[in-house]
Design a protein around this ligand. Structure first.
Ligand code: MRU
Length: 330
């Protein structure tokens, strides 16, 4: 399994190769690979590596080995539902096989299918959202919901790409996204590389830029959208939604079916709390005194009343979400 090391960007574009599921679990935990759809497919590939390596002859032994890898991968990051979706998809394929060989083949085929499907789904989603962007608009985003966060093309940035492909002049306002700096490092990297106009700002500049009329709409990705219409996404998204409401700006999520959690309401979701070092250091350099207490929630929750519409590959989902999510997505 080969993928970009996202921790090295934008300084270096390097690839890492993994042969064991434990390495994939580490890569997800340390954000070598990150972004909900990307970790979903990466985790599925982790199971595929476990399958390829297995020397088991009996199906129950093989399934026990796979389940141990699945359990390890499930423990890496709790918020993005795509992780559990990706693991679930390959485990289901394995469970329906009648021999080890058949299971191995079914897993490999499913992983390849997931990879191809992700790009197709993103393109479809992007097309259904592109009309929301008008010529000359500035789109505010958060974190990185681009090609790097998926297998390719992206969700929120996919919508921007589709609008640009339609010939519109679009500018993206990119908050740096402390503490892991996915905006400054990854979104800016993608946009500069694709020659899409962008301006990098600090997270704290969002309200000011809106008050100056320098934002037309907000489009963000999502890690999980619950059946009651709450959007879980990178920390900082909620404040963008609140500020968008204050300034009369539309706020959209852009996420595929695999990000919708039809089994849970918002109060049943775990928001990942990451290590203190991400906050007290910037790129390895300490910026806060030793011993200071730190909170580092990696995601926040935007309530449905702040979400204008949800962009999906099946079209736009509009309020009331508790009714329309299950209607469009199930
Ligand atoms: O902690 P990260 O970088 O994995 O968080 C990523 C996000 O919050 C993205 O917006 C989300 O996963 C959607 S990616 C298409």
């Amino acid at each position: 399994m080969r993928m970009i090391d996202q921790t090295a960007l934008p300084t270096k574009l390097t690839y890492v190769t993994y042969a064991r599921p434990e390495q994939v679990a580490d890569a997800i935990r340390t954000m070598v690979v990150r972004g909900a759809p990307a970790i979903g497919v990466a985790a599925a590939m982790g199971i595929a590596l476990a399958a390829v390596r297995s020397k088991a002859h009996r199906l129950p032994d093989f399934m026990n080995e796979l389940e141990a890898s699945a359990a390890l991968l499930r423990r890496t990051r709790p918020t993005a539902v795509n992780l559990f979706w990706g693991i679930g998809r390959v485990m289901k394929k394995a469970a329906s096989a009648s021999t080890v060989r058949e299971a191995k083949e079914a897993i490999s085929a499913e992983v390849k299918h997931m990879e191809e499907e992700d790009v197709k789904v993103n393109r479809r989603l992007a097309k259904s959202g592109a009309d929301l962007i008008h010529d000359g608009d500035t789109v505010l985003t958060q974190c990185n919901a681009g090609a790097l966060a998926t297998i390719g093309y992206g969700t929120a940035l996919g919508v921007v790409r589709a609008a640009v492909e339609q010939g519109k002049l679009v500018k993206v306002l990119v908050p740096e996204t402390r503490p892991a700096l996915q905006g400054a490092r990854l979104t800016a990297f993608e946009l500069v590389r694709d020659r899409i106009a962008c301006t990098l700002i600090t997270d704290t500049a969002v309200g000011h830029m809106m008050s100056l009329g320098r934002v037309d709409l907000v489009i963000v990705g999502a890690d999980r959208i619950t059946k009651d219409g709450y959007v879980f996404n990178k920390i900082g998204t909620y404040q963008e939604a609140v500020l968008a409401k204050r300034h009369g700006l539309p706020f959209y999520s852009a996420a595929p079916r695999s990000t919708f959690d039809l089994a849970r309401t918002h109060d049943e979701v775990t928001i990942e709390e990451r290590g203190v070092e991400e906050v007290v250091q910037i790129r390895g350099k300490r910026i806060a005194p030793k011993g200071v207490p730190v909170a580092n929630p990696a995601f926040d929750m935007t309530p449905p009343e702040l979400v204008t519409a949800m962009i999906t590959e099946r079209g736009l989902v509009k309020p009331p979400y508790s009714k329309n999510i299950s209607r469009l997505i199930s």
